[in-house]
Design a protein around this ligand. Structure first.
Ligand code: PEP
Ligand code: MN
Length: 281
């Protein structure tokens, strides 16, 4: 039996020894994210918006920033309806290379304007470390998307900043893999990590993904970090957002991130799961 901090020990190295029949971890492989070494809840402060207190933090906005008018209009609407932060993508991870890829820098600057107009912080996805400087300058919270949850170079790069990170769960990532992704960021010095469950791949294809609500109490028990839920990408259907949001709050989520659009029928991406302004409240 090994006691103490075993996070540096590689199970596979021990298993490679022919006299070893089995190796069983009794302690978690993560340390900085571990509740055991940090019993009190961590509160992440994003320009004055605090995630991890009793109050639910609402983030809302379009899947993609399409032009400055669009993001500013939607930002005004969602803030009027109670949003604490604005979401929107400028660098989009699309399944098809022929689908809208986002406005890039132009989108980031438009979103910065939308945030300033409403005096609320903005969250947007970083896909490549190449754009990190731009994000450090203009963005209040960096989203690591589901597809990049195990892009370790990207995790290390955001770990070297102090910008709060919204770490989405990978499409097929286990809870331990997800916490280890947070550990990557934290081990570089950035402790400002918020988990985001956005649905996982299962056999069920009625919904876009399957919302795994069990992660809320599990993440809270195992780690000291906050967790927000993205019912939009979990469900892929705006009609399910209200129920899933209520269920998430009942299960103890610290916040919600919801896609909203004023013209979902003509949205550049994810119109089918976007709420219209009159449904934001
Ligand atoms: C998004 O937030 O628009 C997005 C692409 O999310 P995910 O990485 O969860 O698919
Ligand atoms: Mn989307």
């Amino acid at each position: 039996g090994l006691v103490g901090d075993t996070s540096q020990i590689d199970i596979k190295t021990i298993q490679a020894n022919p006299i070893v029949y089995n190796v069983q971890r009794v302690a978690q492989p993560y340390k900085l994210a571990n509740r055991m070494f940090h019993p009190e809840d961590t509160i992440i402060d994003i320009k004055g918006v605090k995630i991890g207190r009793k109050k639910i933090v609402m983030m809302a906005g379009p899947c993609s920033i399409e032009n400055e008018g669009q993001i500013c209009r939607i930002a005004d609407e969602v803030v009027k309806a109670g949003a604490d932060m604005i979401r929107g993508g400028a660098y989009k991870p699309r399944t098809s290379p022929y689908a809208f890829q986002g406005l890039g820098t132009e989108g980031i600057l438009a979103m910065e304007t939308a945030g300033k107009n409403n005096n609320v912080p903005i969250v947007t996805e970083l896909m490549s470390a190449e754009h990190l400087d731009e994000f450090v300058e203009h963005v209040d919270m960096i989203q690591i998307g589901a597809r990049n949850m195990q892009n370790f170079d990207l995790l290390k790069a955001v770990g070297k900043t102090q910008v709060p990170v919204l770490l989405k769960r990978g499409l097929s990532a286990t809870i331990e893999e997800w916490i280890m992704a947070a550990e990557y960021i934290m081990s570089e010095g950035n402790m400002n990590v918020v988990f985001c469950e956005r649905g996982i791949r299962t056999f069920e294809n009625f919904t876009r993904n399957t919302l795994d609500l069990s992660v809320i109490p599990i993440i809270k028990e195992r780690t000291h970090l906050p967790i927000v839920i993205d019912p939009s990408h979990a469900a892929g259907d705006w009609k399910l957002i209200e129920s899933l949001s209520l269920a998430s709050i009942a299960a103890g989520a610290d916040g919600l991130i919801i896609e909203a659009h004023d013209d979902p029928e003509n949205a550049c991406s994810d119109g089918q799961q976007s709420l219209k302004p009159e449904r934001h409240a």
